[in-house]
Write a new protein. Sequence first.
Length: 182
Amino acid sequence: MTQNLTDKLNLLGLLLINLMLLVAFYFQFAQHELPCPLCLLQRVALCAIAVALAANVLLGDKPGHYGMMLLAAGAGFAVAGRQVLLHIAPGDAGFGPPILGLHFYTWAAIAFFAVFIGCGLLLMLCQREHSFDRQPPAQLGRLAKAGVALTMLLLLGNALSVFLECGLAACGESPISYLLLN
């Protein structure tokens, strides 16, 4: 696998994770669907994956970045899988509105599984094809810069929204309003 292809795959992954976080924000702010504690944990895992992908885009791919993605994807899959199992009973409406027939936590479980498999494949293929000790890209394209900037904004936005929703205490089980805005 060529280095150029892995660079493009890392950027594509970053943009897709950013899209998932943007969809979560859309439901939170436009549809007034506050995230539950399990949803917030899934967002943390998505953010950790985004940070690792951004590091790959900025610094070049490194095994440590892929390791961070694997850990985050495993933790995220466990949390999303737990939420899927909580709502799997017949007649259970689930938490939040469905997107293309599946709830966000189901899409998150699918995404975490895909990240886990993708990282494993990239680690196997990249180890044979090129060294991980390469220099960071000399220049980033506009899309890469925009993707990394959007990631930073989404990280800040998630931290702020969790603080507004929960304050410095544990988050409520089924939130209906922002704790610090009441």
